[in-house]
Design a protein around this ligand. Structure first.
Ligand code: SF4
Length: 693
C-alpha cells in the first residue's frame, strides 16, 4: 500500500553475488520494507535475506560518531559491549578522528597495509586501492576474494585469460545439462537456485557434486556425494572417460585450445575404476556423468567455495575449465563456466584492483607500461612494481614486525581469517589500526580509531554481481548521526595523507575508473542511472552487454584457452587417531558471512538465533548426544562448544559448521594452509575431534 511509505528507491541487495535489484520502501527516513524488481539477474525475485534482512541499517548498535580509543581503555580485543563502548572509546569530531587516523599512517610506507571491502561500491574499492598504492607506494592491499574465489580466478586467468564468468547464470535456461559442484545455491545463492530448479522442471539434467548431500539433490539427475578433498580424482576420472570413449569435441579443441595432448596423456592414469575408491563414487556413475555431460547440446558448470577453498583449489578449477574446453562447452547460449561469486560486490572489488598483484581490470602491477598508465591518470603516483602481500600474508607480516599499521574497511578478519587467533593476535599487536565500518565489529574491538561508515541504502555507487552486471545502488535514507559514505571518508583520509584528491561524488570516481578500465567501455554513470544495469563487456552505448563471452576465441596468446593438467594433492590437515573426523565450514541461508549484519536483522536472527553444527544421526548416537545438545569440536588450532543438529546430508565422518557465530567462531578451528597459486586457505577441510560437551 503506497500509504505505507513516502518514497521508493531502486537499489541492489547487499548480501550475495546474485545482485538482486530491490525497491526500498521508505517512510520517515527508515526502510520499511523491500520488494524485488525486474533486474537482469533476479527478474523480480528475492530470497529471505533480501526481503527481510535490511533492518540492521537502523539498528541501535550503529556507530554514529567517529571514535578514538581511550588512553585508559582496557586491553585491545576485549569484546566491546555495543551498549557500553564508552569505557573503550571516546567520541571525536571528524577532523580529530581523520587527523588521528592519518597521523598514525603517514610516511610509514611498507609498514602500512590495507584490507578493502567487497561490501562497498566499485568506486570505494577503486579509491581504497589507489589510497594504499599512491599513499604508501606499494601493493599491500587485498580483500576477501582471497578467502573466497582467488583460486578460481587464478585458474581462469591462467587458462581462459579472464577471471570473470563466461556466461550469466540465467543462461542455464538455454542449457540441457548443468553441473553444480562445491556450491549450495539453495542456501547461498537462493535466487540463482530458482533458475536451476526451473531448468530441471523443463527436463534439464542437473548433476550435483558435493561432499554434503545438500538441498539441490532433490532436483538432481545425478548426486555425487564424493569424499571431501577428492575433487581432482573425481573430475579427472570423468575426463578420462571422455577421452577414452572419444566423447570430446575435436573440432573445438583444434580451433580454440592449446596443450590438449599433454592433458590427454595426463588423464590416462585416472580411470574411473582406479579413482572410484579414492573419491567414493562408483566407476559406472562417473562414466554416466561423463557421457551425460559430453552428450549435452549445451552445458554449464557452476562452482562455489567447495571447489576454491582447498590447498588444491586452483587445480580443482583447472579441472572444471578443462572439462568445459574438451567438450566445447564455452561461448555459446547455455554453455559456460560460472564460479558463483560470494559477496555482493566481490566481482567489482576485484575488477577495481583491490588485489595485491593487479591494478584495476587485472592489469599486472609488475608491468611498467601498466603502472605508468595509472601514474599518468593519478598524477604524482609512484608505487612499487612488486606484487603486494595477500590477506593471510599480511597477518604473518604483522607477527614478523614488518607491518605495524592497518586500514581496514568493512572487513572482519577477527572472524573471517583461518586460525583466527593468529589474526586476532596480529590485530592486537598493531600499533595503529584504523577501522571503517557501520558496527563495532570483532575487528573494531582492536581499533585505535573507528570511522563511522554508511550502509548500502545510505549512499550512491555501482556494484558488480556474479554475472558481470554493473548495477546502480542509490541512497534511500540518510546515515545515522555523523556517519558518512565510505568514499567521502576515503577522500578525506587521502587528503590528510598528502594526496591531491578532488572528487565531489562517486560519479567523479567512476569517470576516472573508466580511463584505465576497458571493461567499463560504453558504460557510463548516466547509463546506469537510466538503465540500472549494464553487463560488461558492452559493445556499444546501446548494448545492454554480453551475457556470453569467448564465442570466438579467448583473451590469451593466439586466442587459445589452455588445458592445464591437475594432479592429486591431498588435503593439508588429514584426520588421524587424535582428530579422526573432517570439519568443513560454510554459510547458511539466514546468515551472511561473519554475521555483523544478519544477526542484527530481527527476522533473520529470529529464524536462526543460535550457533549450530550439523552431524550425521549415527555420529550423534555414537557420542550419546541428542540433537540440540552441545558438542565440543577440537582441532590443532583450538576448541569450541556448539549446539549439534542432526543432519543426514553430512556423512558420518564429517561435521559442517557455519562461520557466522562469534560465540562459537568456526575459524578458531580452521587450517591456515593456503593454495600456492590463489593463496586461499583450506577452509573446507580440517581434521577435527568431536566430543559430547
Ligand atoms: Fe540478496 Fe542474494 Fe538473496 Fe538476491 S539471492 S535477495 S542478492 S541474498
Amino acid at each position: 500500500d503506497s500509504a505505507d511509505f513516502d518514497k521508493e528507491v531502486e537499489s541492489i541487495c547487499p548480501f550475495c553475488g546474485v545482485g538482486c535489484q530491490v525497491s526500498l520502501k521508505v517512510k520517515d527516513n527508515k526502510v520499511k520494507y523491500v520488494e524485488g524488481i525486474n533486474g537482469p539477474a533476479n527478474e523480480g525475485r528475492l530470497c529471505v535475506k533480501g526481503r527481510f534482512g535490511f533492518d540492521y541499517i537502523h539498528h541501535d548498535h550503529r556507530v554514529t560518531k567517529p571514535l578514538i580509543r581511550r588512553e585508559d581503555a582496557p586491553a585491545k580485543g576485549l569484546n566491546v559491549d555495543p551498549a557500553n563502548w564508552q569505557s573503550h572509546f571516546r567520541e571525536a569530531s571528524w577532523d580529530e578522528a581523520l587527523d588521528f587516523a592519518a597521523a598514525g599512517m603517514k610516511g610509514r610506507g611498507r609498514e602500512i597495509a590495507g584490507f578493502g571491502s567487497a561490501k562497498c561500491t566499485n568506486e570505494e574499492a577503486y579509491l581504497f586501492q589507489k589510497l594504499i598504492r599512491q599513499g604508501f607506494g606499494h601493493n599491500n592491499v587485498d580483500h576477501c576474494t582471497r578467502l573466497c574465489h582467488a583460486s578460481s580466478v587464478a585458474a581462469l586467468m591462467e587458462n581462459v585469460g579472464s577471471g570473470a564468468v563466461t556466461a550469466t547464470f540465467n543462461e542455464i535456461e538455454n542449457a540441457d545439462v548443468a553441473i553444480a559442484i562445491g556450491c549450495n545455491p539453495i542456501e547461498n545463492h537462493p535466487v540463482a537456485a530458482t533458475f536451476f530448479k526451473q531448468f530441471t522442471k523443463r527436463g534439464g539434467k542437473l548433476i550435483v557434486m558435493d561432499p554434503r548431500g545438500q538441498a539441490l539433490k532433490r532436483f538432481s539427475s545425478h548426486m555425487l556425494q564424493f569424499r571431501p578433498g577428492a575433487d581432482v580424482s573425481m573430475l579427472n576420472a570423468i575426463m578420462h572417460t571422455i577421452v577414452e570413449e572419444k566423447l570430446y569435441d575435436q573440432q573445438y579443441i583444434e580451433a580454440y585450445t592449446e596443450n590438449w595432448e599433454a592433458e590427454k596423456a595426463h588423464l590416462a592414469d585416472f580411470s574411473p575404476e582406479a579413482m572410484a575408491g579414492i573419491c567414493g563414487i562408483d566407476a559406472e556413475t562417473l562414466r554416466d556423468v561423463a557421457r551425460t555431460f559430453a552428450g549435452a547440446k549445451a552445458a554449464m558448470i557452476f562452482w562455489g567455495m567447495g571447489i576454491s577453498q582447498h590447498i588444491h583449489g586452483t587445480d580443482n578449477s583447472r579441472c572444471l575449465i578443462s572439462l568445459a574446453l574438451m567438450t566445447g562447452q564455452v561461448g555459446r547460449p547455455g554453455a559456460g563456466l560460472h564460479p558463483l561469486r560470494g559477496q555482493n560486490n566481490v566481482q567489482g572489488a576485484s575488477d577495481a584492483g583491490l588485489i595485491p598483484m593487479f591494478l584495476p581490470d587485472y592489469q599486472p602491477v609488475t608491468d611498467d607500461g601498466v603502472r605508468s598508465a595509472f601514474t599518468k591518470v593519478w598524477g604524482s603516483a609512484d608505487f612499487s612494481n612488486e606484487r603486494g602481500l595477500t590477506v593471510t600474508e599480511i597477518m604473518d607480516a604483522v607477527h614478523d614486525d614488518k607491518i605495524k599499521g592497518m586500514y581496514i574497511l568493512g572487513e572482519n578478519p577477527a572472524m573471517s581469517d583461518p586460525d583466527v587467533e593468529h589474526a586476532r593476535k596480529a590485530l592486537a599487536k598493531l600499533d595503529h589500526l584504523v577501522v571503517q565500518d557501520i558496527f563495532i565489529t570483532e575487528t573494531a574491538n582492536y581499533a585505535d580509531v573507528i570511522l563511522p561508515a554508511s550502509a548500502f541504502a545510505e549512499k550512491a555507487g555501482t556494484v558488480t554481481n556474479t554475472n558481470r552486471q554493473v548495477q546502480m545502488g542509490r541512497p534511500a535514507v540518510s546515515p545515522p548521526g555523523d556517519a558518512r559514505p565510505d568514499w567521502w571518508i576515503e577522500v578525506e583520509l587521502a587528503k590528510r595523507l598528502g594526496l591531491d584528491w578532488n572528487y565531489d561524488s562517486p560519479a567523479d570516481v567512476f569517470a576516472e575508473m573508466k580511463q584505465n578500465m576497458r571493461s567499463l567501455e560504453n558504460i557510463t554513470w548516466d547509463r546506469l542511472e537510466n538503465e540500472n544495469a549494464v553487463t560488461y563487456p558492452s559493445l556499444s552505448p546501446e548494448d545492454p552487454g554480453q551475457a556470453i563471452v569467448f564465442g570466438d576465441g579467448f583473451p590469451r596468446p593466439d586466442g587459445r584457452a589452455r588445458f592445464t593438467p591437475a594432479s592429486v594433492i591431498p588435503p593439508d590437515d588429514v584426520p588421524d587417531a587424535e582428530y579422526p573426523m573432517i570439519l568443513t565450514t560454510g554459510r547458511q541461508l539466514e546468515h551472511w558471512h561473519t554475521g555483523s549484519m544478519t544477526r542484527r536483522s530481527h527476522v533473520l536472527d529470529g529464524l536462526e538465533p543460535e550457533a549450530n553444527c550439523s552431524l550425521h544421526p549415527s555420529t550423534l548416537r555414537k557420542l550419546g548426544v541428542a540433537p540440540g545438545e552441545h558438542v565440543t569440536l577440537t582441532t590443532k588450532r583450538g576448541s569450541i562448544s556448539i549446539m549439534a543438529r542432526e543432519d543426514r546430508a553430512v556423512s558420518p565422518d564429517m561435521v559442517f559448521l557455519p562461520f557466522a557465530f562469534v560465540e562459537a567462531a568456526a575459524n578458531i578451528l580452521t587450517n591456515p594452509a593456503v593454495d600456492p597459486f590463489g593463496k586461499i586457505p583450506e577452509f573446507k577441510f580440517s581434521a577435527v575431534r568431536v566430543e559430547a560437551t
